[in-house]
Design a protein around this ligand. Structure first.
Ligand code: IVH
Length: 667
């Protein structure tokens, strides 16, 4: 009996460790939050019931960790704890009764939305933001101050004059749905892996090493918890109102409730209404309002006794699995998609759901005809989370991941360490070719005015089988096809002709080399100048280039190792496309900053940070992110980071303003 319990506890711990790893380390959740919380709950129950099996490393002991190597780690002044979670209104009632009983008093509660992003702790001294730290392991987190400063809804300087001279404020950094969708569209286009949900996208963004990239991601933040020795008011609600007057973004949904019924009404209202919000929420947080009562209730090792989180259940529906199709993308990645009997889920009709990859399919043990549970969690694409095995009547075929490409029959391959299968037949697999042509003609690449339908038509008629064929097209070819007239044909031919003037970096981007997006293409063009050098360059030389890592370098080598790709480049060259950078640009460069290591900090009036960085490199210098004894100059703009400035002063590093810098490179 005892050994059965021990086994049960251990297997739950192992399972949760694995899910934690997938979630926190790999950023690829493998089960729904609800299932995870249920398992954790079960483990916590068993651990309380059988204290003999205590383990300091149990998943129940940790608050999660998001430390990463590139940032300075800083200890939290007050630990960042989590909240105890529930999915049941009954447990909310128990929380309320317990608090009243412990306090021997009536209580008022504050209800807030539980924002589903990544938590942050901000420190303000004399009204100025001095530090932003992630949760990390709850005791210490990463100093992401520079990245946080790019979030416009977080004030750098407070308004008014009644804020404490030193305090912390905590909240959630969020990526709005709209931004999340835009970024994923862009990533899909670039052949990069997609973010599973806005939470992963927000935490990934906050950990980017380059804060100007962070700025482009348009993050947002809500603040919900103030800590400090001398807070202006005696209640949580009033302090939040004060914080709002100092310039913080406090949720308008925050509500003071004096009865449990009001709390339940709030829950029911927001369970529906949250679908109309610009950011993701996954529940409600209920807090005791009075700060003295909070103090009396205190904390357990992991969470406050004065608050509880009620989490919304992800909406589920049950429907029949009809078929599974496998789609091939531009890079050859094969995605399994379940085709379902249409069913309404969270207000929209769902006909298809993602099956992610082979191991998810295996784990589900699926058969065609099965009744499956579909869930719309924090992700935009619904997913299949389970099978109703009881409802199995006649067993259809077992669903297995395919071994060969559904479009061209080539055996699929799997890169080590990756979950996805690829069709390696890059040069002859129809969807891959069409997607490559679409990418080549797109606005950010060659800007040829041919949409998806035109590409489809030209491909289907055998006129364009690869991007070089575009340059052989004649007006007569087009006029021989459906829907083409003199004017439209002339326009397309002209736009193809114009594309011959497109600069090298965009041609390089247009080639569609895996992982070579716009920024990487620019980098390669400005460092290597022409395609001949790029074709001849070694792996080691490539990874010397700033921002080019192993994965990108290998992909470039793989691309040029293929005869077909070299032939294609040669044909494009013969057609007059640009395969070297503009001479004017090159003449502008010099060795004026050769061997100089330069840190850029702050914002500038004439040039963007990216442009300044490019200029430094064009003139032989190196842009580095941290100030050290090896730094030669600190290029200082408006609102320069305090820590960088202090360090530079201490080390006697020369400061340059924008004008000083331009004088050096332009003279
Ligand atoms: S209060 C002592 N309020 O949920 C904990 N947290 O599991 C104080 N969260 O780490 C946190 N919305 O990242 C609080 N309105 C809200 C929240 C909220 C989201 C997150 C936060 C926290 C986690 C707790």
């Amino acid at each position: 009996m005892q050994s059965d319990i021990k086994n049960q506890i251990e297997s739950l711990r192992n399972e949760l460790h694995k899910h934690n790893h997938s979630y926190y380390v790999l950023n690829q959740p493998t089960i729904s939050d609800f299932e995870f919380d249920e398992k954790l709950h079960k483990l916590q129950q068993l651990e309380t019931q059988y204290p003999d099996f205590f383990d300091p490393n149990s998943p129940s002991m940790r608050v999660g960790s998001d430390l990463s190597v590139g940032f300075k780690q800083v200890a939290h002044k007050y630990p960042m704890l989590s909240l105890s979670n529930t999915y049941s209104e009954e447990e909310v009632r128990e929380f309320y009764d317990r608090a009243k009983k412990l306090l021997h008093d009536e209580i008022a509660l504050v209800c807030e939305l539980k924002y589903d992003g990544t938590s942050i702790s901000l420190t303000y001294e004399n009204g100025k933001l001095i530090q932003a730290i992630t949760r990390g392991d709850g005791e210490k987190g990463d100093d992401v101050t520079n990245n946080v400063k790019t979030i416009r809804s977080i004030p750098m300087q407070l308004q008014g004059n009644d804020y404490p001279s030193l305090f912390e404020i905590r909240g959630e950094i969020l990526m709005p749905w709209q931004v999340f969708e835009d970024i994923n569209k862009d990533r899909e286009f670039q052949g990069e892996s997609l973010f599973a949900n806005p939470r992963n996208a927000a935490s990934g963004t906050l950990k980017l090493q380059n804060s100007s990239e962070v700025a482009k991601r348009r993050l947002d933040a809500y603040l919900y918890y103030i800590l400090g020795e001398r807070l202006p008011e005696n209640t949580h609600f009033d302090n939040l109102q004060k914080a709002s007057s100092w310039g913080f973004k406090i949720s308008q949904a925050t509500k003071l409730c004096s009865s449990l019924q009001e709390v339940f009404d709030y829950i029911n209202y927001w369970d529906k209404e949250r679908k109309n919000l610009a950011v993701a929420t996954d529940g409600i947080v209920i807090k005791v309002n009075d700060l003295r009562q909070q103090l009396n209730l205190g904390f357990t090792a992991k969470s406050p006794r004065w608050a509880i989180a009620y989490k919304f259940k992800a909406e589920q529906a049950c429907t029949r699995l009809n078929t599974v199709s496998f789609q091939v993308g531009r890079t050859g990645a094969v995605t399994p998609v379940a085709n379902l009997d249409p069913v309404v889920l969270s207000g929209s009709v769902v006909k298809r759901a993602s099956l992610h990859n082979e191991s998810i399919i295996e784990g589900l043990d699926l058969y065609i005809g099965d009744m499956v549970f579909v869930e719309k969690g924090g992700e935009i694409i619904p997913k299949i989370v389970g099978v109703d095995k009881e409802a199995r009547l006649l067993l259809g075929d077992k669903v297995r991941f395919i071994k060969t490409c559904p479009e061209c029959n080539t055996p699929l391959v799997k890169a080590t360490g990756e979950a996805a299968y690829y069709c390696p037949n890059e040069s002859a697999c129809p969807p891959q070719i069409k997607a490559k042509i679409e990418h080549f003609v797109s606005r950010k690449a060659m800007n040829i005015t041919a949409g998806v339908e035109t590409v489809e038509q030209l491909y289907a008629k055998g006129l364009v089988k690869n991007v070089a064929d575009l340059y052989q097209l004649t007006k007569a070819d087009l006029l021989g096809l459906d829907r083409w007239a003199e004017k439209s044909a002339q326009n397309l031919i002209q736009s193809i002709e114009d594309s011959k003037k497109v600069p090298f970096e965009r041609v390089l981007f247009g080639l569609g080399i895996r992982f070579v997006g716009e920024t990487v293409a620019k980098k390669l063009a400005s460092t290597l100048h022409n395609i001949e050098t790029l074709v001849a360059v070694s792996f080691d030389e490539l990874i010397q280039i700033d921002e080019i890592g192993d994965r990108i370098a290998q992909s470039i080598l793989d691309f040029f190792a293929q005869e077909a790709n070299n032939d294609l480049v040669n044909r494009l060259k013969q057609n007059g496309l640009r395969f070297e950078i503009d001479e004017n640009k090159r003449e502008k460069s010099s060795n004026k900053l050769a061997g100089k290591s330069i840190v850029i900090s702050g914002t500038f009036s004439t040039y963007s940070r990216d442009e300044l960085k490019e200029m430094i490199e064009q003139h032989g210098g190196k842009n580095v992110s941290a100030v050290s004894a090896k730094t030669d100059y600190l290029l200082a703009g408006e609102n320069i980071g305090h820590s960088k400035l202090d360090k530079a002063n201490k080390l006697g590093i020369r400061l340059l303003n924008e004008d000083d810098f331009l004088a050096i490179v332009m003279q």
